[in-house]
Write a protein that binds this ligand. Structure first.
Ligand code: CA
Length: 250
């Protein structure tokens, strides 16, 4: 069945454009132009199996889209991507920490949005199924089950902390993980402000895994927010993941 998307956006033109484009891609799209409308749509959808993904604008006529996040967090299988014109890093971090899956700043390309949606949906699907345990990209193979990292066929030796950090990113491959989330999960919540640890260890990981550590393709920096492990090729994903929605014949 095609994934269901709720588009919460008060800009009529953008809402129309996105609705049309997502329908063409095979998503079942409903839309809301206000917070009240979004709440009503979610209630309505709950009776019919819920919404798979919410695209959430922040500046809405009756309040901030952020207030919807708390109630959405209770819907465990609903992914949330914030789409907003706000540029400063601070709300991004707060929203990601509050449980948004991703954050796109307007204007964004449709291709970028679709890619982020695929990742977010796949990730939500994995919470109840198999987690990502094997990642392969740019000659680097990370096998969490075998506890092994190889680059161009050669074993790469990682320290326990380097491995823990890398494994955390593999489990969310393709998604941004905030500094705070990484520090809490790898070092412990009491270290959540120690971002210099991350800079140091990411530098070490890049030196061991990237062809050009100064221009990383694998371990990507989301400036001021966190890090993202490059999205793996679709074919490398385990079969347990739900497939991307089929494109309608044109
Ligand atoms: Ca708006």
């Amino acid at each position: 069945m095609s994934p269901t998307v709720l588009l919460v956006e008060d800009d009529r033109d953008l809402r129309g454009t996105l609705r049309e484009a997502l329908s063409v891609e095979g998503y079942r799209v409903s839309s809301a132009a206000s917070l009240a409308d979004a709440h009503a749509q979610l209630m309505h959808a709950r009776e019919r199996g819920g919404i798979d993904l919410v695209l959430l604008d922040l500046g809405l006529p009756d309040g901030d889209g952020e207030t919807l996040l708390a109630s959405l967090r209770r819907e465990r299988n609903t992914a949330v991507i914030v789409i907003s014109a706000r540029h400063s890093d601070d709300p991004k971090i707060r929203l990601l920490d509050a449980g948004a899956d991703d954050y796109l700043v307007k204007p964004f390309s449709l291709g970028e949005l679709l890619a982020r949606m695929r990742v977010a949906l796949r990730h939500r699907g994995t919470l109840v199924q198999a987690a990502v345990v094997r990642y392969e990209q740019y000659g680097v193979l990370i096998d969490l089950q075998a506890h092994r990292v190889r680059r161009d066929g050669e074993d790469v030796h990682l320290t326990p902390t380097e491995y823990k950090l890398l494994a955390r990113l593999v489990r969310n491959a393709g998604q941004v993980v905030t500094h705070r989330q990484l520090l809490a999960d790898v070092w412990g919540s009491e270290f959540s402000e120690h971002t210099h640890y991350l800079r140091l260890y990411m530098g070490q990981l890049r030196a061991k895994l990237e062809a050009d550590p100064a221009d990383p393709r694998l371990l990507l920096t989301e400036t001021g927010i966190g890090y993202r492990l490059a999205e793996p090729p679709q074919s490398a994903l385990p079969e347990a993941f739900p497939a991307a929605p089929a494109r309608r014949p044109s």
